[in-house]
Design a protein around this ligand. Structure first.
Ligand code: SF4
Ligand code: SF4
Length: 307
């Protein structure tokens, strides 16, 4: 198989995305035809590493990233004219006034680094500087493949850029050349980090569950994927859940003719495996969920081989 880059996304968080990625990675590990690199691009809440820990803690590489810019106040240049505050230079309400010292103060978390204050201050009393926005962590997972993930710092406004950086760094791994499957745990939602995740991919797995929000958010995620014209398949988690949304979900899929990659029925083995920080396919290989995920993997490999 030529190299394929795929991601598991969900319009909504908490529908089993990371659990599915970890299980697919574990199955791929046993597939002699696959050489895998795993990415966690859910940079605001990365937790794939909890299920796929490093082989050795000593070999974990952590690199800082500087994709966010923030304003810095240069007190020595300020003539205390108060224009920046009185004339509302900052659209993001990040500029406040320190009455006791008679100088502006910057709300670090609110600052978007837009540079308006730097341009407007007559005394050049602001500068815009890159600041640490997060980390990229790389290691060889216990299952034998490299895993790379990003983690945003509180107040960082550039999750999408960090995702792009994680993807870029993965291409610099020595294993990248021989890898024929890049498997990404994508962020939930349809915002900038997801768009950065799906750009340039060969295939998307959209996971959902038969609940009102699951269906609503799936349709938004698919709208976004269709916009980029990327082939995709749907996985329905808790597929046997008795809910009013079950019929609506089936109708939605039937009317749209979207490809169903698989259905995973509710199975207590999944939360039990999670509580032991294990993949369900390793914790309970004979369980209903594991069998369903193995079928999904087989179907996925077939689809990828034909792309
Ligand atoms: S506009 Fe510039 S010089 Fe005037 S108070 Fe603000 S920072 Fe100081
Ligand atoms: S850089 Fe932009 S967001 Fe930050 S304080 Fe200046 S005007 Fe406000």
């Amino acid at each position: 198989m030529n190299r394929k880059k795929i991601a598991v996304i969900s319009g909504k968080g908490g529908v089993g995305k990371t659990s599915l990625v970890a299980s697919l990675a574990s199955i791929a590990h046993k597939d002699k035809d696959v050489s895998l690199i795993i990415l966690d691009c859910d940079v605001d809440a990365p937790n794939l590493a909890l299920i796929l820990p490093p082989n050795s803690k000593e070999d974990v590489l952590t690199q800082d990233t500087y994709t966010t810019k923030k304003a810095r106040f240069l007190e020595e240049k300020c003539v205390q004219c108060k224009q920046c505050y009185d004339e509302h230079y900052c659209e993001f309400n990040a500029l406040n006034w320190d009455e006791s010292n008679n100088i502006p103060i910057i709300d670090y978390l609110a600052c978007e680094g837009c540079g308006a204050c730097r341009v407007l201050c007559p005394e050049d009393a602001f500068e815009i500087k890159p600041v640490k926005s997060g980390e990229i962590i790389t290691y060889e997972a216990e299952i034998g493949f490299p895993l790379i993930y990003g983690k945003t710092k509180l107040g960082s406004t550039t999750s999408g850029l960090l995702v792009s950086e994680v993807k870029e760094r993965s291409t610099e791994l020595k294993e990248f050349k021989g890898a024929n499957l890049i498997l990404i745990d994508g962020p939930p939602g349809i915002g900038c980090p997801v768009i950065a995740t799906v750009s340039g991919l060969d295939y998307i797995i959209a996971i959902t569950e038969p609940t009102p929000s699951g269906l609503h958010d799936l349709s938004r995620a698919i709208e976004m994927v269709n916009h980029f014209n990327i082939p995709f398949g749907i996985v329905i988690n808790k597929a046997d859940l008795k809910s009013a949304s079950q019929k609506q979900l089936n109708k939605y899929i039937k009317n749209s003719s979207y490809e169903i990659l698989g259905r995973i029925n509710f199975d207590l083995s999944i939360p039990k495996a999670m509580s032991y920080a294990e993949t369900v396919v390793d914790y309970a290989p004979e369980s209903v969920a594991s069998q369903a995920i193995n079928k999904i993997y087989t179907k996925l490999m077939h689809i990828l081989s034909e792309l």
